[in-house]
Ligand binder design. Structure first.
Ligand code: HEC
Length: 327
C-alpha cells in the first residue's frame, strides 16, 4: 500500500535576499506582475519598500490626531470642571476660568492622548503581537531580524489580476484583452434565436401586434391566474392601476384602459414584462415565456372588458354585470 503524505497547504512563496536593494527591486517586480498580497521582512526599516509593495498610507496619523485632540480637550475640560464648576476658589483674585494656567495640563494630556493612541492604534493596525505566522516555518527566516531580507507573497483568488474592459493585453498577440467568439460557436439559447416573435415580441425588430400561439380559453385562464398573482398587486384586478400596493403608497402605474396602452402592440406588453419599464422591474426570471404571453392575452381581455358594448355580453350573462366591482 502506498503511504500518503499528509498534504500541507501552501501559504505562499518566499524569497531571500542579502541586500536591501535587491529586496526593493524584487518587491517592485512582483507587484507589477499582479501580486497584491505581499509583505517584506527586513532587519531595519526601508523607506522605498513601502512604494515597491504598493502600500497605501494607513490611518495611524488620523488615529494619533484624534487621540491628541481628545487628550487636549480632556485635559482642558478637567481643569475647567475643577476650577470653575466643582471647586471654584478665589486665589489671589484670579478669575476662575483663567486659561493661561490650564495650558500645561492641556499640553501634557494632548501628548499623553496622542502617544496612547499611537501605541494602541499601531498594535491594532499591524495585528501584533503575532505568536505564529506561516513564514516562521522557513528555518532561514531566523535571520530576518539580523542580516537577511525576505519577501513573501500570496495570490488571493478574490484579488486576482484581471483586465479592465477594453484594456490592452500583453498576453494575446493582437493586444486585445476582449476575445472574439471562436469560429462555429453555438449560442446557448438557440431557441431564442429561432423564434423572434415568441421570445422578444417582435418581428424584424418591430414590436408585433400578434400572438405566437393560439389564444384559447385555457390560455386566458392561465393568464388570469398569473396576472392576479404577479401583476394585480400593483395594477389591480381590472388593470386600472389601483392595486393594493398602490393604495399603500407605492407609485401608481398607468391604467391599461388608457388609449395609448389599448392601442399598444401585444408585443409591447411582452417586452415590458421581459425588460421592465421605468419604475417597474422585469419579470423575465419569475414568469416563463409562455406565461408572459398568456398574461398579455389576459390583459387584452381586461382592456376589452372595459370597452365592450352590451351586445358583446352573451344574453344569459348580462345579469352578472350588476354584481359588485371586482378588484
Ligand atoms: C410592484 C408593482 C408592479 C407590479 C407587480 C407590476 N407592475 Fe407594471 N408597472 C408598475 C409601475 C409603477 C408602472 C409605471 C412605471 C413608470 O411609469 O415608471 C408599471 C407599468 C406597466 C406597464 C405600462 C408601460 C407603459 O407604457 O406605460 C405595463 C404594460 C405593465 N406595467 C405591465 C405589467 C405586468 C404585465 C405585470 C405582471 C407581470 C406588472 N406590470 C407587474 C408597477 C408594477
Amino acid at each position: 500500500m502506498v503511504q500518503h503524505q499528509r498534504a500541507v497547504p501552501i501559504h505562499g512563496l518566499m524569497a531571500e535576499f542579502d541586500n536591501p536593494t535587491a529586496l526593493v527591486e524584487a518587491a517592485d517586480q512582483a507587484r507589477r506582475q499582479g501580486y497584491t498580497v505581499m509583505d517584506a521582512y527586513s532587519p531595519f526599516p526601508i523607506e522605498e519598500v513601502n512604494d515597491a509593495l504598493g502600500l497605501k498610507p494607513n490611518r495611524l496619523p488620523l488615529i494619533v490626531l484624534l487621540g491628541g485632540i481628545f487628550g487636549g480637550l480632556g485635559g482642558y475640560g478637567l481643569e475647567y470642571w475643577t476650577q470653575v464648576i466643582a471647586w471654584p476658589m478665589n486665589i489671589g483674585g484670579r478669575p476662575f476660568h483663567s486659561w493661561p494656567h490650564f495650558i500645561p495640563v492641556t499640553f501634557e494630556c494632548t501628548v499623553l492622548g496622542a502617544s496612547i493612541a499611537a501605541f494602541l492604534g499601531m498594535l491594532a493596525l499591524n495585528g501584533l503581537p503575532q505568536p505564529y505566522h506561516p513564514v516562521f516555518n522557513v528555518p532561514a527566516f531566523d535571520r530576518a531580524s539580523r542580516d537577511r531580507f525576505f519577501i513573501g507573497c500570496r495570490q488571493d483568488m478574490h484579488d486576482a489580476p484581471r483586465y479592465e474592459p477594453l484594456e490592452a493585453s500583453s498576453f494575446f498577440t493582437d493586444t486585445s484583452s476582449a476575445r472574439t467568439l471562436v469560429a462555429n460557436t453555438v449560442s446557448r439559447n438557440p431557441l431564442a434565436d429561432s423564434d423572434e416573435l415568441l421570445y422578444t415580441g417582435k418581428i424584424n425588430g418591430q414590436l408585433a401586434n400578434q400572438f405566437p400561439m393560439a389564444v384559447t380559453a385555457a390560455v386566458l385562464q392561465r393568464g388570469q391566474e398569473r396576472y392576479n398573482i404577479f401583476c394585480s398587486p400593483c395594477h389591480g384586478r381590472t388593470g386600472e392601476g389601483n392595486g393594493i400596493v398602490v393604495e399603500r403608497g407605492m407609485r401608481k402605474p398607468p391604467s391599461f384602459m388608457e388609449d395609448r396602452l389599448r392601442n399598444a402592440a401585444a408585443g409591447y406588453f411582452f417586452d415590458v414584462m421581459t425588460h421592465g419599464f421605468g419604475a417597474m422591474q422585469d419579470y423575465a426570471s419569475q414568469i416563463s415565456v409562455e406565461d408572459r404571453w398568456a398574461i398579455v392575452a389576459y390583459e387584452r381581455a381586461l382592456q376589452f372588458s372595459q370597452h365592450a358594448a352590451i351586445n358583446d355580453v352573451p344574453d344569459d350573462k348580462r345579469a352578472d354585470l350588476d354584481r359588485p366591482e371586482a378588484r
